[in-house]
Design a binder for this molecule. Sequence first.
Ligand SMILES: Cc1ncc(COP(=O)(O)O)c(C=O)c1O
Length: 389
Amino acid sequence: MTRPLLNRRLAAFGTTIFAEMSALAARTGSINLGQGFPDTDGPEEVREAAVRALREGRGNQYPPGPGVPELRTAIADHQRTRYGLEYDPDTEVLVTAGATEAIAAALLALVEPGDEVIALEPYYDSYAACVAMAGGTRVPVTLRPHDGRYVLDLDELRAAVTPRTRLLLLNTPHNPTGTVLTRAELAAVAELAVERDLLVITDEVYEHLVLDDLPHIPLASLPGMRDRTVTISSAGKTFSFTGWKVGWTTASPALTTAVRSAKQFLTYVSSGPFQYAVAEALRLPDAYFDGLRAELRAKRDLLSDGLERAGFGVHRPAGTYFVTTDIRPLGATDGLDFCRSLPERAGVVAIPNAVFYDHRAEGAPFVRFAFCKRTDVLEEAVARLERLA
Ligand SMILES: Cc1ncc(COP(=O)(O)O)c(C=O)c1O
């Protein structure tokens, strides 16, 4: 057989860096600060809510295609009370198998072969794969460090739009850079989308992990954006239950119908009992969300300070679980080589940011560490990393 098994669209997406680095962590007994999942579970009452749903037989059979009404209503209430955005739970909210399925369904639904999709680079790895599966062409616009944060070059964004551009794929707070797009940046994106009549998919899974004293601004709240934007979020990060895979979209009825058309042939439905639990979680008091942020802020600072002492250049993130570092002050230039040798040298695993770039050279000297881990784990990681200094 001469023809490769994996089709051409996916040929470039063999194994992910996460699989390679997690295997390396296991083989070397290293602390894994590669993949972004918490090493402790979320609130006990939310876990109990899932147990109750299971026991009471809620969600043990196929839930409704768009999601259980309790969760869709809780999502609509969340968007209204937090952001003043009104969505009809029956026609404008869709529950998905994590944000991952929402991203896939939205791209498969909205992109025709040949369409261009502009994404902020570095980007979450599923974006590239899903654009490819949809037959689209990704057009990266690079975020670059400037004055302590990664910034979006608005001229570059504008120049990236062509007559073939179908949509912008945004992510704020942004993985892996930790940037939270400012109101001015979002306003410029919105203006461009309106002017060029573009759709926007915005991945806001880290909406509750804005760690500095900044607001999270949903793109859909800007003028002209509500009816051209598919907003994606998920319970995984907000409630520290990444294995439950409960995500959702909020969008106009027409966009929701389109996304649902693709979603129904991916998983159809998922996570029945967990949907009920997440409906309760979204109604937790503000103290929960404030507490989560405070805890993660302390962890960000613990890891960032330690990385600085170890000699890294540190881009302290305004949001997310991740801190991006510059390895050049340590005399290294290639993040992939650096990450492959770090377990031997320091007993810690990190992710080379280059894998999140099309312009690999732009990302070469940057390495990402996750800080959503127990404090004692981070302290041990920092002690190990300081040996590099
Ligand atoms: C930017 C971004 N979007 C989406 C996801 C996936 O979310 P979920 O676990 O809900 O599928 C992640 C997880 O790391 C992420 O970082």
